[in-house]
Design a protein. Structure first.
Length: 212
């Protein structure tokens, strides 16, 4: 976990699922055998965030823990461990910059700096208009196309300071930035192009797409 250790200062005093979300929660719980209901905690927290403006108040953690008959402290541990769960209100777009070693070696510090300058906030802050939250996260598993970020469900890879600012500009203007590699790569590959298993593929007569 990185940059999300803080509970919101203002917390609602109670939380309950809507009827529809309660049905969804019960469907997840029913997937597990008796006594193992706690295994449903991740999908239930996702439902909480959908219902509650994309963050999980403490009352909802207690509610889910009680529903799953597990100690509340264990629910807190799960909620605060995963960077996809927010402990306080966030902006419409949460920019998560990977700053783990491969991304750092490839310029993630420049991306953080570019975001901070463009948005006028620092890490773990949200812009006054609540459009953007900026966060650093640990490895997101796309190291081959480092440096990279995640916004919502999309990865943006092979970034530079300029392309990072371009993505923010697109979002500010209401445009949908192109996800994936921001260079001519079409997947996870070396800067010099595809290498792994190319020869074997050719020997087998498999078509190899060369884009770099
Ligand atoms: S180090 Fe950034 S994606 Fe793995």
């Amino acid at each position: 976990m990185s940059g999300k250790s803080f509970f919101a200062a203002e917390q609602p005093t109670s939380f309950v699922f809507t009827d529809e979300n309660l049905r969804r929660a019960q469907a997840h719980i029913a997937k597990y055998p008796a006594g193992k209901q706690a295994s449903a905690i991740l999908p239930l927290f996702h439902i909480v965030q959908e219902q509650h403006d994309n963050w999980i108040p403490r009352a909802a953690m207690n509610y889910v823990a009680d529903m799953l008959e597990m100690p509340r402290i264990k629910a807190y541990e799960v909620a605060t461990f995963y960077s996809m769960f927010n402990m306080a209100p966030v902006g419409r777009h949460t920019i998560e910059v990977c700053t783990t070693t491969p991304c750092w070696l490839r310029g993630s510090a420049d991306l953080v700096d570019a975001c901070q300058r463009r948005l006028g906030i620092t890490l773990n802050e949200t812009t006054a208009d609540r459009h953007f939250t900026l966060r650093e996260v640990e490895c997101l598993g796309a190291c081959v196309n480092a440096p990279m970020i995640q916004i919502g469900e999309h990865y943006y890879e092979d970034l530079t300071r300029e392309s990072m600012v371009g993505i923010i500009d697109d979002l500010v203007a209401g445009r949908e930035p192109k996800p994936g590699s921001q260079t001519r790569k079409y997947g996870s590959m070396n800067d010099s192009g595809t290498t792994t298993l190319i020869d074997e593929a050719r020997q087998l007569g498999v078509a190899v797409q060369e884009t770099v």
